[in-house]
Design a protein around this ligand. Structure first.
Ligand code: ADP
Ligand code: MG
Length: 406
């Protein structure tokens, strides 16, 4: 993958694929506004550097899931407003993704100006990686830059397809995401402590498997722990725990107990020693600390307990490298937020390199005001997990730098 340092961009049109898939909300007048501009700000280093070098920018992003049809509520108009405020640049919102009018607007761009295309998922060809759409996008620019790490696990027309048609490079955000995540997987400062929580084992079993191989300590929290506890013979009550997930967990436990082919050991697997249980998944539900691991009937495990939080925090403090994905409990509800808060504070204070991935984990850090206290807060959800699982990301693979037309 080449970097934007290798591209000649002055006075040229540069199409940048960004991830502006931001949450929207209504203001007092009922107008749609960007509710959280984190992803837009994450793309600013690339945008500002290219503008500073005299590039004429054509930006393309998806927003939500319009499934190939124009949907006014998913227009990028609110994003254009925020982008104008953040950059002070002249920002034009195109009336569509591609077509004659859009081409004319692209040709009128002057150095440092921005043309924001409409939501690329208004086009049915985007998710199908239709070569016609890729070609129509490529005709808008001379050079292609991919800075949409959050979309890199998809092979769509605006990232994979177009990369084959223009000279290309990875933007600053994409570069930083890939090098940081590959760095902790390939060459972590030991010990590598991985913390995996959240809601579903099935979605993250491959992540658990990879960290059994790579990490020194693998900490399990959130609803992830119940399939493991069930596999160890504990009662889980009404906690989130499917039979299939317990089977995944049983296999992971067996693996952790064994030796690798090269004679080395797997990660030490850390499970909770106590829990916070509630009668329902609600903020006003009856709840208490369970000093043990057998959840009574009619109750569900909704957070790790205080003794567990302390043990996990000690492991994190000793780490050379920390990777955290998935909250320790139902942190959105105050009675079940303590475990996630303790882990978030431990990660924020850790001396080792700290990397956090996952939308809800990032939301938890932000809620606690600790999002500025980690070394790398990944902007990818699915893309981050796929990279951690050891998969190639199609959006990144397509950035061969060559740019010869197919
Ligand atoms: P991320 O987005 O960081 O990858 P996930 O999407 O896997 O995380 O999981 C986050 C969700 O898991 C949160 O909404 C949280 O409420 C929920 N969760 C965590 N622990 C539990 C639990 N014990 N019971 C029910 N839900 C839980
Ligand atoms: Mg999530």
């Amino acid at each position: 993958m080449r970097s934007i340092d290798d591209l000649d961009v002055g006075g040229r049109r540069v199409l940048v694929r960004v991830d502006f898939n931001v949450p929207l909300g209504e203001d007092a007048q009922g107008r749609l506004r960007v509710a959280d501009d984190t992803r837009i700000r994450a793309a600013l280093p690339t945008i500002e550097e290219l503008r500073g070098r005299g590039a004429r920018l054509v930006l393309v992003s998806h927003l939500g899931r319009p499934h190939g049809r124009r949907e006014e509520r998913l227009s990028l108009a609110p994003v254009a407003d925020t982008l104008r405020e953040l950059t002070g640049a002249r920002v034009t919102l195109a009336p569509a993704v591609v077509g004659e009018q859009v081409r004319a607007l692209a040709e009128q761009l002057r150095d440092g100006e921005i043309l924001l295309l409409e939501n690329v998922r208004f086009e049915a060809g985007e998710e199908r990686n239709d070569p016609e759409l890729a070609r129509a996008l490529a005709e808008l620019a001379d050079v292609y830059v991919d800075d949409a790490f959050g979309a890199a696990h998809r092979a769509h027309a605006s990232n994979e397809g177009i990369a084959h048609l223009l000279p290309n490079a990875g933007g600053r955000l994409l570069e930083r995401e890939v090098s940081t995540l590959n760095g902790i997987l390939e060459n972590p400062a030991p010990p590598l402590v991985a913390i995996v929580g959240g809601a579903k084992v099935a979605d993250k079993i491959a992540v658990i498997d990879r960290f059994l191989e790579l990490a020194d300590v693998l900490i399990i929290g959130g609803a992830m722990c119940f399939p493991f506890l069930a596999a160890q013979g504990h009662a889980v009550g009404d906690s989130l725990c499917s039979g299939e997930d317990s089977e995944h967990a049983r296999r992971a436990l067996a693996k952790a107990a064994g030796r690798r082919e090269d004679g080395g050991g797997y990660a030490r697997l850390e499970l909770p020693v106590d829990l916070v249980i509630g009668e329902r998944l609600a903020g006003d539900a009856e709840h208490r600390v369970l000093d043990g691991l057998d959840v009574p009937d009619g109750w569900m495990g909704l957070d790790i307990g205080p003794a567990t939080a302390e043990r996990y925090s000690r492991e994190i403090a000793r780490a050379g490298t920390v990777f955290w994905n998935g909250p320790m409990g139902a942190f959105e509800l105050a009675p079940f937020a303590q475990g996630t808060l303790a882990v978030a504070e431990a990660v924020a204070q850790a001396k080792g390199l700290t990397v956090v991935g996952g939308g809800d984990s990032a939301a938890a850090l932000a809620r606690f005001g600790l999002d500025g206290d980690v070394d790398h807060l990944s902007t990818g959800g699915g893309a981050t997990l796929e990279l951690v699982e050891g998969h190639q990301l199609p959006g990144v693979q397509a950035l061969d730098g060559a740019g010869v037309a197919r």
